[in-house]
Structures are given as structure tokens and as C-alpha cells.
Design a protein around this ligand. Structure first.
Ligand SMILES: [Zn+2]
Length: 357
């Protein structure tokens, strides 16, 4: 009898906690599209639809927000909605905001990875991040040493993640492979990237290279913490091109599916890996024409978060009223790995309800 009771009291099996995490951001993707799909007022506007209103309606149009969002983000609304959690649908009073007052990229990514909305970080040209990010913190722990990498389309990740000091590979924009023994495929992707179209000199590469470089790295080197940062959603929004903005957003959804399918097909990652998605800032909705910008645009501090994986109960779209902040993501990343992130700067608390049964 005692024996049976002891068995019943055994802790939950190990696969109930994530051992690895993949963090994905797509720059400046609004919660309005994540939860509502295509915005018809932008799709109808000749300034933004590139004369392809009918095509946009055919691809992404539907009568209700729930149908539209499924057409734009089929993977998110299939997988995260049934196995994970999605925060930020303000239609239900479920709010996620940046805590930083700037609503543009460097302050946003700094907030995501340090849990500290430092008001001194007030420009995208800011120097190497003086703060130790959660990625750099984890990398100092023996079990994560040499098992962390970051791939981002924008050049600023070099500074945001402090590539010089971080100690793990940070491939930003047109950076070349810096590790030994790069595979033929890694070298080919790198060569294609170097030769590819440069819309803005070295400021950003196309997301397709970031994605394939990150995927190849994951397959060959099995990082325990991998960060993938897509950029094109923001680029096309600034260009006022709603067609390509939606196309980039749909592509990110397809790539999330690639990432998740790979995770669940590989014994190293399967049932041991969490996936977290978010964005650095919103772009507002109050004045429709202002969606092309964000810093200082009312509502551009409104963001969203999706998570799924072991140790994360399936709650789907969270419809209870609450106020979360972007600064909580850093400690949440540590929490999902069952660690505690400490730093010399203040670190906001994790979103602890994510892992609560
Ligand atoms: Zn931007």
C-alpha cells in the first residue's frame, strides 16, 4: 500500500517542462490582424492595396474576424488556439502593452529580452546594449553554454543582443557565418544572402534567408534556445503596402508551422520545446492611415503574445480581462525553461499564469 502511494506521489514526468525554447518575433505586426485578420478598410483603400483589392479579398477576406484570421494565420489559429495560449485580443479586454514609452524597435526588443524598459534606450541607433539579456544570462549557465543562437533580418540585433559580449552566434542582416564547420547548405544560404537584393544597403536582409539559416542551424546544431527575428511585416507597413504586409504575415505563419513541425519530428526537440511568438510594437488603429508608422502613433504600444509547448496548458485565445506587459517576456522565457533570470537591472515578473495548471 505504501508503495502504491509513493508511486502516485511521483512528480510529473520530465516532458511536462520545456528544456528548449524557440522565440520568434515578427516586427511591428499588429494585434488587429492577428486576432481580426485582414482589415477591410486598409484593403479597400487605394493608397494601400496596390490596386489588388479583389486579390486581397479572395486570399484573406471573410465575413467574420474569426474566419478572416484563420485565412491569414492558419497555423496560429489551428495550433496555438488549440494547444497553446494567445494574449492580446483587446476585444475581450485582454491587453498586452509595451512598458517603454517609445513604441519602436530597439526599445521594444530591449524590453522583450531584458525585462527592463530602459528609457535611456530611445533610438534605433542606440549603442551596444549595456544590459545583459535573458539570452546572455542563460548562456552563462553550463547547460546552455554553446547551445544558444539568434538569427535576425535587421542589423540592430548585433547591438540589441550585444553580439560582441554575448558569447553566442548572432546572425543579423547580412552577417556572414562565423562558426567552424559550416555545412554546404549553410554556406549556400549564406552565399545567396550575400548576393541578394539589398533594398536598404545593409540594414536588413530578406526574411527567407533568416528563416532558412535558422532552420539549418537548428537541424545541425540543436540549440536549446533559438531566437528568430523576421522583419518584413514592418518594412512593408512603412512602405504603405498592405498587400505585401499581409503576405509577409502569412509567410511568418507558414514558417511557424515549419518550425513546429520540425520540432515535433525531431527526438531532441519533440515534446521538450516551447515556442513563443511576439512583436516589438504595434502600429495603432485609431487613425487608419497611420498604420504605416508606429513611434508616437496612438495604440502602437499594443502588442500580443503566443506560447505553446510542454508545461503550457492549452487555453487558446485567452478571453479574460488582464493587463500584461512586454517587459514580462524576458522572465517568462526563463520560467518556461524552469530558470530564474537575474540581472543588475530590474527585471519584471514573468507571466506566471502561462504555466499554472
Ligand atoms: Zn518600424
Amino acid at each position: 500500500m505504501t508503495f502504491i502511494i509513493l508511486l502516485l506521489q511521483l512528480p510529473a514526468p520530465a516532458q511536462q517542462k520545456a528544456e528548449n525554447i524557440i522565440i520568434v518575433t515578427t516586427d511591428g505586426l499588429r494585434w488587429q490582424e492577428v486576432f481580426g485578420g485582414m482589415d477591410s478598410s486598409l484593403a479597400d483603400n487605394p493608397r494601400f492595396n496596390q490596386g489588388e483589392r479583389d486579390l486581397l479579398y479572395k486570399k484573406y477576406g471573410a465575413a467574420t474576424a474569426m474566419e478572416r484570421r484563420k485565412k491569414l494565420f492558419p497555423f496560429i489559429w489551428q495550433a496555438f488556439a488549440s494547444q497553446g495560449q494567445l494574449y492580446g485580443n483587446r476585444a475581450y479586454g485582454n491587453r498586452v502593452n509595451t512598458a517603454n514609452p517609445y513604441w519602436f524597435s530597439y526599445p521594444g526588443y530591449n524590453e522583450i529580452f531584458t525585462g527592463f524598459p530602459d528609457t535611456a534606450i530611445n533610438t534605433n541607433a542606440y549603442r551596444d546594449n549595456p544590459h545583459v539579456t535573458v539570452l546572455e544570462y542563460l548562456h552563462q549557465l553550463p547547460e546552455f553554454k554553446g547551445r544558444i543562437a539568434a538569427f535576425g533580418s535587421w542589423e540592430a540585433y548585433t547591438r540589441i543582443l550585444n553580439k560582441k559580449r554575448a558569447g553566442f552566434p548572432v546572425m543579423a542582416s547580412f552577417d556572414s557565418i562565423s562558426w567552424e564547420g559550416a555545412t554546404e547548405k549553410e554556406q549556400l544560404i549564406n552565399a545567396l544572402k550575400q548576393e541578394s537584393f539589398r533594398a536598404q544597403e545593409n540594414e536588413g536582409c530578406m526574411d527567407v534567408f533568416t528563416h532558412f539559416q535558422a532552420m539549418e542551424y537548428m537541424k545541425i546544431r540543436k540549440p536549446k534556445v533559438l531566437y528568430i527575428a523576421y522583419l518584413e511585416t514592418d518594412e512593408w507597413a512603412h512602405a504603405g503596402n498592405y498587400k505585401y504586409y499581409l503576405q509577409s504575415a502569412a509567410k511568418v505563419d507558414a514558417w511557424l508551422k515549419d518550425i513546429w513541425n520540425y520540432i515535433q519530428s525531431d527526438p531532441f526537440y519533440k515534446d521538450k520545446t516551447a515556442l513563443l511568438i511576439t512583436t516589438d510594437h504595434g502600429r495603432g488603429d485609431k487613425v487608419k492611415e497611420k498604420w504605416t508608422s508606429h513611434g508616437g502613433v496612438e495604440g502602437a504600444d499594443q502588442v500580443w503574445i503566443g506560447v505553446m509547448g510542454p508545461g503550457i496548458p492549452a487555453r487558446g485565445e485567452v478571453k479574460t480581462g488582464m493587463q500584461l506587459y512586454q517587459k514580462q517576456i524576458a522572465q517568462t522565457i526563463a520560467l518556461l525553461l524552469n530558470r530564474k533570470y537575474t540581472a543588475t537591472h530590474p527585471v519584471a515578473d514573468a507571466i506566471s499564469q502561462i504555466t499554472e495548471p
